[in-house]
Design a protein around this ligand. Sequence first.
Ligand code: HEM
Length: 532
Amino acid sequence: MTLLTSSIIVSINELFKFILLILTLYTARFYFRYFTRKNKVPGPLPFPFFGTMPYSYIVGQYRFLNYCYEKYGTLFEIYVGDDLNTNREIYICKPELLEKIFSSSTKSNFLLRRPNNEGMNEFGFGKSGMVVNSDLSSWRRNRMLSVPLLMNAGFLKTQVHVIQELFQEMENYWKLLHDKNDEKIILDFTSWMHRFALDVVITSSLGRSSYALKSFYNTFTQSDGTIEKNENTSSIEYDSSDLLIRQVKSFFKALLFVKHPSWLRHTFLIYYNNFYLNEIKSLNNIIENFIKLRREEILLEIKNGKNVQEDRRDIMSLFLLKYSTITDEVIRSNLIEIFIGGNETVSSSIGFIMYYLCKYPHVKNQLIDEIDVILSSNILREITFEDIEKFEYAEALIKEVTRLTPISPLIARSNVVEDELGEYTFEAGTKFYAFMIQIYKNPEYFTNPEEFNPDRFLKGSEKISRFNTLLQFGSGLRMCPGRQSAMTVIKTFLMCFFRKYDVEFADENQELKISFDVSFHCGEYKIAIKKR
Ligand code: HEM
């Protein structure tokens, strides 16, 4: 061995020892800080650098959280990295402890959903729209602009009408895809619902179709002409619709992506970082162009003496008509969040509901009976908003399905200044999660919680008296602004469907497939429908 090689080996050895020493010191310092931290909330032991993330990677995030609840009880902590302040997450599974974080006081310290981070600013989320807006003054202004429009009776009535039209369109495609002599039509239900919800949300917010149903139908068409393409749409409209659909999905994914630290996004994840940035830029431009065009159209209509207040009931037009001085950028940021808020949430909700109805035919029959009573003499007449308001069993059904398979099993909050919760004091910027599904499954709050029983939510039934035991749409000042719209969409869909059709699983052993990121998503399953 030459002198040079042996000295290289010695230096590698030295370097290795040095790295080991640094790692040992770092680890010792990390555990010293961990064991001497001020508020020792119970939770699994974190690792240096990775916090408790390795456990989630091994067993899956949702299973890991359930395990923590079983082991550490109704208040526990985990770490999504090794910074003991910014990477700490507190999980709460006790309604009493939620009162403070869901307070409706404008002076509450818990008005943030997530503390601000570099990613949110880089993607332009941190100070716009509502969902992750951490600038409280612009969030407040956006809520004050959006909530009156989303709760507006005229808008909700228009939605009832829009859903009936879209349902009819979807029904026509179903018929075209099946032989007239088929007694039963087999459908890939969740895929259809995804497209349906997208058409609903784009039509209701932009006043124009996204052709999501139509382009989905066209994927089934055959070159031999046995199933004909629906050609009533130009290819330019199709292309822009496909682009819009893709970009809305990318926007939703980017909201989750920004939680990655800046160094990771700009190195290993640089491809995704740039892809999402471009998608968002392009989506922003498309929506701002729509707004400009609509502004011009409305001005022209007013000039021609048209009653625009009556004719235009989509959210974009309502923004332009009601608030003439706000900028296109503000309208755009709110509109995009309405697509995001109302798309996957609604399609998965309907997916879960239909699953339970196929599984529990006596509940389905009770729902059908209520529809028959409400529509009484003419089952096929136009459904009105007043019909939807009377649909009480559907309301109980939606709540019970939410209790067992909530779209939002976790609801997030963060504090702007240091504050106390239970016996602990938490630094500003701590992340809290109401782990709602554990409350929903707890016999202390719901009798026989494992039982599927919508009747528990009917007036005069079981007392669900405690505060914060069912938070389908969240609570407090950040509560979902689209809740009335969502209930109107789901109830109108159920009425449109069950006044005409009966349903069962295509495969009687069908399991419910659920995936989880921050929400629960309904997996694919097939149903068989036939005329009632
Ligand atoms: C079944 C359907 C839906 C469910 C289960 C749902 C659920 C939720 C939940 C749990 C939150 C968090 C509330 C909180 O932190 O307290 C939320 C927020 C939000 N939702 Fe929904 N939602 C649905 C439909 C919609 C629709 C249709 C829209 C729009 C039209 C919408 C727009 C939003 C927005 C913008 C926020 C953020 C509000 C803020 O931070 O101030 N959601 N939703």
